[in-house]
Write a protein that binds this ligand. Structure first.
Ligand code: NDP
Length: 453
């Protein structure tokens, strides 16, 4: 009882402080609260962590760089965007995390992502600290040359703050192979060096096989491990996926390969429902539509008229066994969670970062279905970025099979760590608690060992 009171007091005073020091940053508060609630019992049992203010220090980014990104559009007009890099924590390795280009990008979103990334990277078992960056640049509707000029302008400033042993950015929403290419080219020219300072590079110039696939495939490997705890698998399951970008595409591909029927994909304008399932031929169509023609998911129903397009809705009212939110934060709320449960959904595996709201997570856990937070189930992307860094350091590349095997092993290890720290007395696995505690311990021990710096 005394212990419970101490935990509650710790959480409340911690969150009061976070909210006071970081006013108005709702996404950041949400991400911190989830972690503090999970790790507070562990911290209370280890008073030296409290005394050394380890979690307090993790929640304060080591450094935040904010900069102006001026560039010239196709009409010859000067456009000014904001650029950011949040260097959250370097206790166990160089800062590592993606770059997001989206109109909604602000400091709260990047701080939540960098904070989450610190725990995720620790979970991968690889030596990577946490970071995240981006810009409020909106790539939609921009020409190829505008995207290139923007990436060059962004890297012109960022280059002086990053490096292969300092901070290694990668892609995220709005930043894929094309944008990484333009940023890498600029970095290489300005720094006069060819190093592994960005990951997600093209396969012929330092990229790792399987990096594009890694986040989506990894999420499916994690879901497989979750399903196996109940003697189940993907075979014959109906899967609802949100998003149609990098993570969603490869989550869909692997789920299809594992024998599931994928019935939905989406973008920020709506979702498509294909009751017959998206097979590999239809998947190839979506891949080309999104990556080559940069089209919208609504075009799917023009090509496959038996499918439905539902505008301005998310896919969570569709009947499914497995839901994989792979688009963005807070895209699955409490009401939608209840709909999924009422329709018999038994597994939710997050491909995106923080896609489920706290109310949705509570509903899933109360119903005791399988539920994994993004920081565990989408860690395959950054893990494979870590493998890209290793290959760059060794100046060689592994085969796709070797990388895929390592990815699968890492996802299984993360799953095992979640069970170790998250299994409740009644046998239910709290993957949120498991992932947060497992991720925290390694970073905390490193910070204690390195002193108050
Ligand atoms: P992409 O840019 O490739 O795709 C994003 C997809 O999500 C698009 O379909 C996009 O639709 C949709 N989307 C974006 N914002 C919103 C929004 N506000 N509401 C509804 N839909 C939206 O990004 P990724 O696939 O790389 O990233 C998806 C998620 O996965 C993000 O949460 C990211 O942080 C996370 N993640 C990505 C990793 C990676 O390796 N790429 C690694 C780990 C996590 P539209 O075209 O309309 O914008």
């Amino acid at each position: 009882m005394e212990n419970n009171r101490m935990v509650e007091e710790y959480v409340n005073s911690f969150m009061d402080e976070i909210i006071t020091r970081n006013p108005g940053e709702a996404e950041f508060h949400q991400a911190v609260r989830e972690v503090v609630e999970s790790v507070a019992p562990y911290i209370v049992k280890h008073p030296h962590l409290m005394k050394m203010k380890v979690l307090e220090r993790i929640a304060e980014p080591e450094k935040i760089i904010m900069f102006r990104v001026p560039w010239v559009n196709d009409k010859g007009e000067v456009v000014i965007n904001k650029g950011y890099r949040v260097q959250q924590n370097s206790a166990i390795g160089p800062y590592k995390g993606g770059i997001r280009f989206h109109a909604s990008v602000n400091l709260s979103i990047l701080k939540f992502l960098a904070f989450e990334q610190t725990f995720k990277n620790s979970l991968t078992t690889l030596p990577m600290g946490g970071g995240k960056g981006g810009s409020d640049f909106n790539p939609k509707g921009k020409s190829e040359m505008e995207v290139m000029r923007f990436c060059q302008a962004f890297m012109m400033e960022l280059q002086r703050h990053i490096g292969a042993n300092t901070d290694v950015p990668a892609g995220d929403i709005g930043v894929g192979g094309r944008e990484v290419g333009y940023m890498f080219g600029t970095y290489k020219k300005l720094r006069n060096e060819f190093t592994g300072t960005l990951t997600g590079k093209g396969i012929d110039w330092g990229g790792s096989p399987m990096r594009p696939e890694a986040t989506g495939y990894g999420a499916c490997y994690f879901a497989e491990a979750m399903l196996a705890t109940r003697g189940d698998s993907f075979a014959g399951k109906t899967v609802a996926i949100s998003g149609s970008g990098n993570v969603a595409q490869y989550a869909a591909k692997k789920a299809i390969q594992l024998g599931a029927k994928v019935v939905t994909m989406s973008d920020s304008n709506g979702y498509i429902y294909d009751p017959e399932g998206i097979d590999m031929e239809k998947w190839e169509y979506i891949y080309e539509l999104k990556n080559i023609y940069r089209g919208r998911i609504s075009e799917y129903v023009e090509h496959y008229p038996h499918a439905q397009y539902v505008a301005n809705e998310r896919p969570w009212s569709v009947k499914c066994d497995i839901a994989m939110p792979c688009a963005t934060q807070n895209e699955l709320n409490g009401e939608e969670a209840k709909k999924l449960l009422a329709n018999g959904c038994m597994c939710v595996t997050e491909g995106a970062n923080m896609p489920s709201t706290p109310e949705a997570i509570q509903a899933f856990q109360e119903a005791k279905i399988l539920y994994s937070p993004g920081k565990a189930s989408n860690a395959g992307g950054v893990a494979t970025s870590g493998l890209e860094m290793t290959q760059n350091s060794m100046r060689l590349s592994w085969t796709p099979q070797e990388v895929d095997e390592r990815l699968r092993r890492i996802m299984n290890d993360i799953h095992a760590a979640c069970i170790k720290y998250g299994k409740r007395e009644d046998g239910y696995i709290d993957y949120v608690k498991g992932a947060n505690i497992a991720g925290f311990i390694k970073v905390a021990n490193a910070m204690v060992a390195q002193g108050v710096i």
